[in-house]
Design a protein around this ligand. Structure first.
Ligand SMILES: [Zn+2]
Length: 287
């Protein structure tokens, strides 16, 4: 059932577990995440970046596909379809396209402008029953081949944005997108603790979930993280399984070239990754 992310994250924060956001890229990805959530009886958030939305033919195509799949596959666990790192303009496009949740990433604006735009979008989203995520402090990652170290958000700025009524807050705590560099210093639990002290019940979001050790994930959840974004890890497991299929020459045997056969190992690999994350995050059985 398609819902906003507000209720599932409130429950997660109160229950000391986290809901996974898994970014989707195509029909197989969507089906793999949805069926695994149903099998695990777990709430789930489908993340859609602007790039993935464009790739799939536009935000409306994605929203309609997700809605149809939830209905046709009889997915009864709570599912949110969420814009990942949205611009101001894309937030409005996704609201119109039928998303149930948006993220406004105003972290590159001066704090006053981030606040003004976030406030406007909070009002619009809530009037229409959508949930909204905001970001404070930028989250590092690879840009133009350079891997930036994760920054730490200012807890006072987090409090200001949280008070605007957002449903979830992403704060940089040394986390980064993509693969972590060898010399990564780890998450700043000091920052996370300070942010939680000031924002109270606000569900906190951990971006860049790929490659953070399990014990750090669990500590982050104990300090108020209620949503964890996973993107790169599903891509890596999908591609490794697809590579193995081709390298084994299976596409050259019989009807092994059938795309439904070529994509099957990758599909199963995504399912295994999603299940592993749901178990780690503690969301299994929490639908
Ligand atoms: Zn992110």
């Amino acid at each position: 059932m398609l819902v906003s992310a507000a209720e599932m994250l409130k429950k997660a924060k109160a229950g000391h577990y986290a809901v996974g956001q898994f970014n989707i890229n195509n029909l197989e990805w969507t089906k793999a995440v949805l069926t695994t959530a149903q099998e695990c009886n777990s709430p789930v958030i489908l993340g859609v970046s602007a790039g993935a939305g464009k790739y799939m033919g536009g935000f409306k195509v994605v929203a309609d596909m997700v809605k149809a799949m939830v209905e046709s596959l009889n997915i009864t666990v709570p599912v949110a379809i969420h814009l990942d790192h949205g611009t101001y303009e894309d937030c409005y496009k996704c609201i119109k396209a039928g998303f149930s949740s948006i993220m406004f990433d105003g972290s590159h604006y001066p704090i006053e402008e981030n606040i003004a735009k976030t406030q406007e979008l909070v009002n619009v989203a809530h009037a229409l029953g959508l949930s909204i995520e905001a970001e404070v402090g930028s989250i590092g990652g690879e840009e133009d081949g350079v891997v930036g170290m994760g920054e730490c958000a200012d807890p006072e700025e987090c409090k200001k944005i949280a008070d605007l009524g957002v449903d979830m807050l992403a704060a940089g705590i040394g986390n980064i997108h993509g693969k972590y560099p060898e010399n990564w210093k780890g998450l700043s639990f000091e920052t996370l603790d300070a942010v939680q002290q000031l924002t109270g019940e606000m569900p906190l979001v951990l971006h860049g979930g790929t490659g953070i050790p399990a014990d750090m994930i669990q500590k982050a959840i104990s300090l108020g993280v209620s949503k964890i974004n996973v993107n790169t890890e599903c891509q890596l497991s999908f591609t490794a399984a697809t590579r193995a299929y081709i390298e084994a020459g299976k596409d050259l045997v019989g009807k092994g070239f059938d795309p439904r056969k070529v994509l099957a190992p990758g599909y199963e690999a995504i399912k295994a990754t999603v299940k592993e994350k749901m178990e780690l995050f503690g969301s299994v059985g929490k639908a």
